[in-house]
Design a protein around this ligand. Structure first.
Ligand code: GAL
Length: 666
């Protein structure tokens, strides 16, 4: 486990650095991220580079056993750059250029900006690429800006020309005869601001993705010119941010990182686990938590502090979901910066704030288990599919204001998390061979590749759950010429006769749990069987007349290997979703780890290459619990790696407590 924080030596007189580093060491920090907004300190005047301060900072960190991650500074270009080259400033949707000084104010697709980017990144790589004290690079910081300039508009038109080749083909895919949108020349195609043609809107998001991929490729190429192969390259993403397709952008990275803040309120592990799992799914690899909040943030409506013990639970929750590193943002606030009031480990006096002691405890614990955790990964039998194309499509036309596609994915996720059944959240186009159960939440756009993968999965014996809004559109965001689930109708044996945005809940009667009743809210779909061997698992009760008594959930067995396709036409109430999940797990023979784990206690598992399991128990409750665990096999013991205690059949966990259990030979 890597543990540390973001540190900005350029904010402070050099005499202070040693004390900062001493306090980092005392908290158990072994890594610091530096440099990601320091361009004006690295190149104060165009073409004049000043790396000596960074050399000395790295040297001091290294002397104290702290390794370094350098962030390339391209999210915060210096004022001379934007002043002399105003064309690099991003244009807001209202046509005005972004202001200097609030970072991310440049256009990531601007060729002048690319030139400056290449130069500063190459300079950094040349200086630190062979440096053993620098273990890796973070490119830029939380990609997010969309530029609406004329230059970007022209690039978009060129992108479309490359994608569609013939203008008539674009017209056909986008149904441009509608509202006289037909184009005769690529130059006529607008940049969508606000609602527009669905094909245009989707293509614009895909174009923005390409802008970020290209911007990142420039930086990766510049780094790789000089960087030793052991130096990894990553980027810190923002959980469910939908500005670009994270699968495509992360493809060129060594691993994904993300920045996790709870913001207002407190951690709900049944939700935040999904974000960790999604980020792990980007590369199907463990990830770094590049930033997390020490105490509070400063950018929410209510910037409440984490409760005592909550930061520690957050840390272990991240580890249980595949984090290999945790860094706080940040060590100390710059006295005059925009983020003066953000949580930090040190106060304005340079002395520890209360949260520091909790960080120090985490530091000790990570140190203790680090060796054991090295090389361990997360292995699951259940996957949830996630797609940016589908999210963009639905968010542009929700049809029901509360139909949040991420909210629906998390709704499906929650009942697995509540049972401590680990899930992978992966690209809708990913290979599914390692899973037994695959859930497809609101995958409105269905690509050929996804269809093939899902069919192969079911024919190979897997259980597939297709939910509401699946398979309505092809890859240009146009309606399929069939009812949902589009080309998967034959496999599913049902089609959606009609869909309903609900203004009132609809009762549902299900078969999967002794006729347990519940309801559907937000959305409902009438499933019409189109094959004889379709089983009806649930029906709608009395409602709007159309839905009454019609099929809400179906199941069809496929092939000789026990494969099944279940189609669900409802956004189930929580209890019904829970019982469906229980039924799915039982009928696919997926074990629920340990029995009788009380609500509010989380159990995660990491597995070494040799198959050794490490179980992480997190008590999110404010009172202690005692769990029943199986006795260790003869000649071994259940050992808590944090306390070195061994446990037979009862595992006590204090309020807010953590246990990290493994099976140890006696
Ligand atoms: C992150 C950002 C950091 C800092 C932090 C505050 O999004 O990367 O630079 O602004 O938020 O919470």
């Amino acid at each position: 486990m890597e543990f540390g924080s973001a540190w900005y030596p350029e904010h402070w007189p050099e005499e202070r650095w040693a004390e900062d580093v001493r306090l980092m060491c005392e908290a158990g920090f072994i890594v610091a991220r530096i440099g990601e907004f320091a361009w004006s300190s690295l190149e104060p005047v165009e073409g004049h580079f000043q790396f000596e301060w960074m050399d000395r900072a790295i040297c001091l960190l290294h002397k104290n056993g702290i390794s370094v991650v350098i962030g390339t500074p391209t999210a915060a270009p210096p004022a001379w750059l934007t002043h002399h080259n105003p064309e690099v400033l991003a244009v807001e949707p209202n046509g005005r250029p972004a202001q200097h000084g609030n970072r991310c104010h440049v256009s990531p697709g601007n060729s002048t900006y690319h030139k400056y980017t290449r130069r500063i990144v190459e300079q950094l790589a040349r200086r630190y690429g062979q440096d053993e004290r620098v273990i890796g690079w973070q490119i830029d910081n939380e990609y997010n800006r969309i530029d609406y300039s004329e230059a970007t508009h022209r690039q978009f038109q060129v992108y479309l020309k490359e994608k569609f080749v013939r203008i008539q083909s674009l017209n056909d895919f986008w149904s441009t005869a509608y509202w006289s949108q037909s184009y005769t020349d690529w130059n006529e195609i607008p940049l969508p601001i606000g609602p527009h043609n669905p094909g245009l809107m989707l293509a614009f998001k895909q174009f923005i993705t390409k802008i970020w991929c290209d911007f990142q490729k420039i930086q990766i190429a510049s780094l790789r010119l000089y960087a030793r192969p052991e130096q990894w390259i990553s980027h810190n993403f923002m959980e469910w941010f939908e500005g670009f397709d994270h699968y495509e952008v992360s493809a060129d990275l060594d691993f994904a990182s993300w920045d996790w803040c709870v913001g207002t309120g407190h951690m709900n592990h049944l939700m935040t686990g999904a974000a960790h799992d999604m980020i792990r799914g980007l590369k199907r690899k463990n990830f770094w938590l590049m930033e997390t909040q020490p105490g509070s943030v400063n950018w929410q409506g209510v910037n409440n502090q984490l409760n005592r013990g909550e930061g520690r639970r957050m840390a272990w929750h991240a580890v249980a979901h595949g984090a290999d590193a945790l860094l706080y943002w940040q060590l100390r606030s710059a006295p005059g910066g925009q983020e003066q009031l953000h949580g930090s480990l040190l106060g304005p006096d340079g002395a520890p704030r209360p949260f520091y002691s909790e960080a120090a405890q985490i530091g000790k614990e990570f140190k203790k288990v680090s060796k054991k955790l090295r090389g361990t990964t997360i292995k699951n039998s259940v996957a949830l599919l996630h797609s940016y194309d589908s999210r963009w499509s639905i968010n542009a036309q929700r049809h029901h204001k509360d139909f949040d596609p991420v909210g629906f994915l998390r709704h499906c996720y929650r009942s697995f998390a509540a049972r401590n059944v680990g899930t992978d959240i992966i690209s809708a186009e990913a290979d599914l061979s390692e899973f037994r159960l695959v859930i497809v939440p609101a995958l409105v756009i269905l690509s050929e590749k996804t269809m093939e993968n899902l069919t192969t999965f079911v024919e190979g014996g897997g259980t597939l759950l297709l939910t509401i809004r699946c398979g309505q559109k092809e890859t240009h965001n146009a309606l399929f010429p069939t009812r949902q689930p589009g080309p998967l109708r034959e496999l599913a044996g049902v089609e959606v006769e009609e869909y309903f945005a609900l203004d009132a809940a609809v009762p549902i009667y299900s078969e999967w749990s002794d006729s347990l009743a519940g309801e559907s809210t937000i959305w409902a779909e009438i499933l019409k069987p189109i094959a004889e061997d379709v089983q009806i698992l649930a029906k709608f009760g009395e409602s709007n007349g159309w839905l009454d008594g019609r099929c809400a959930c179906s199941c069809r067995n496929v092939g000789e290997k026990g494969g099944r396709v279940i189609v669900l036409g409802a956004w189930l109430s929580d209890t019904l979703q829970d019982s469906l999940t229980a039924w799915l797990l039982e009928t696919t023979h997926i074990d629920v780890p340990f029995s009788d784990i009380p609500t509010g206690v989380e159990v995660g598992r990491r597995v070494s290459e040799a198959g050794e399991e490490i179980w992480i128990f997190i008590n999110h409750k404010n009172h202690s619990v005692t769990l029943n665990i199986p006795s260790a096999p003869a000649g071994s013991a259940n050992l808590d790696l944090l306390t070195d205690e061994t446990f037979e059949a009862a595992l006590p966990i204090p309020a807010d407590g953590i246990r990290v259990l493994t099976n140890q030979q006696a």
